[in-house]
Design a protein around this ligand. Structure first.
Ligand SMILES: Cc1cc2nc3c(=O)[nH]c(=O)nc-3n(C[C@H](O)[C@H](O)[C@H](O)COP(=O)(O)O)c2cc1C
Length: 342
């Protein structure tokens, strides 16, 4: 194998879908909507995966799920929509709807460790039921006619080997076009060192492309994992939060950190898209979880960051949030001796 020739900038195909490079936005629940995916694309991501969407909610025609979570921007393609669920019939019907919404690929979540998801038999619980997992994957393909990928963990608990067994089953009889391995056990949630050696074994063994997720917070970590595992592509998750520049860095389009002006312009873009997506009031509340990512990138002392963070969490409009980021109101706050509540 000529590993030296592999590059993150190489184009590839996943189930017949052409993807211009090997840097992918990972699924992020509550975050990976169309504008977060579009942001990743604007900075060069080859593929973006949606936040996980309930197959049951789609099946029952839940309005917010169908209108908001399945919203796809024309400039996003290729885009993958991640579904979760454990009922093959429901999955088939939901997948059909996702195809009609314009997705290019469907990813199925078999790695989410959250009890609310697992107790329905979905997410990482499917690691315990390979036959059902295979049926769910086959149903998604049948319902949608799209290539299906599955994102999974290496096990439920250390040493149980369940993820490896499921990966084999999905590749052999689940008809999947690819697998994304997050080589941590579900019991580890998102902590601990990912087992890249195990992921490398899966890459070598499985007859389908294997993508790698986990611990890819910096460009160096992503490049190292790409090389060490031989994976087809890397998925950026927490490393991408408030940091779309990481995509550009990994595809060789920039090598410097963003300037303050670039960060502020990006904040403005996000504020505007969120209002466009969900209206002013909901956007104002929704974006509160985004602010810390951009505050961190702007730098400054811990005390300055804490003041900005505290003020942003109390804004009543996105325009006020914008002013705070741009410093107009913050200077007044600091001058007035504004500090964090003890
Ligand atoms: C806030 C958050 C939400 C996530 N949501 C999903 C999800 O909806 N579906 C999924 O398969 N993985 C989800 N993950 C897991 C990530 O896609 C990724 O596999 C994990 O964070 C490991 O990568 P990292 O260590 O580079 O962050 C989520 C992770 C975080 C931190």
């Amino acid at each position: 194998m000529n590993c030296m020739a592999r590059a993150l900038t190489d184009p590839w195909t996943l189930g017949g879908v052409e993807i211009p490079n090997r840097v992918v936005l990972a699924p992020l629940a509550g975050i990976g909507n169309w504008f977060v995916r579009l942001q990743a694309k604007r900075y060069g991501a080859g593929l973006a995966v949606s936040e996980m969407v309930s197959s049951h909610a789609i099946f029952h025609g839940n309005e917010r799920t169908c209108l908001e979570m399945l919203r796809i921007h024309p400039d996003e393609h290729p885009v993958s929509v991640q579904l979760f669920g454990a009922d093959p019939d429901v999955m088939a019907a939901a997948a059909e709807r996702v195809a009609a919404a314009g997705a290019d690929i469907i990813d199925i979540n078999m790695g989410c460790p959250v009890p609310k998801v697992c107790k329905t038999g979905a997410g990482a619980a499917l690691l315990d039921d390979p036959d059902k997992a295979v049926a769910v994957a086959l149903a998604a393909a049948k319902g949608s006619g799209l290539p299906i990928t599955v994102k999974l963990r290496t096990g439920l608990r250390p040493g149980d080997g369940k993820g490896v067994a499921l990966a084999r089953a999905l590749a052999e009889r689940g008809g999947v076009a690819g697998l994304c391995v997050h080589p941590r056990h579900a019991s580890q949630r998102h902590a601990g060192v990912p087992d890249y050696a195990l992921a490398a074994e899966l890459v070598r063994e499985l007859p389908v492309p294997v993508l790698i997720s986990g611990g890819l917070r910096s460009a160096q970590q992503a490049r190292d994992a790409f090389e060490q595992t031989g994976a087809e592509a890397v998925l950026l998750a927490r490393g991408s939060l408030g940091n779309p520049w990481l995509f550009a860095e990994l595809i060789g389009e920039r090598d410097q950190q963003p300037s303050r002006d670039e960060i502020l312009a990006e904040v403005d873009w996000v504020l505007e898209r969120a209002v466009e997506h969900m209206g002013e009031d909901r956007a104002n509340r929704y974006l509160r979880k985004f602010y810390p990512w951009y505050i961190e990138r702007l730098g400054g002392t811990r005390a300055q960051q804490a003041v900005l963070q505290s003020a942003l969490q109390q804004t009543s409009t996105t325009a006020a949030a914008r002013d705070l980021f741009h410093g107009a109101i913050l200077d007044d706050l600091v001058a007035a001796g504004y500090t964090l509540a003890p």
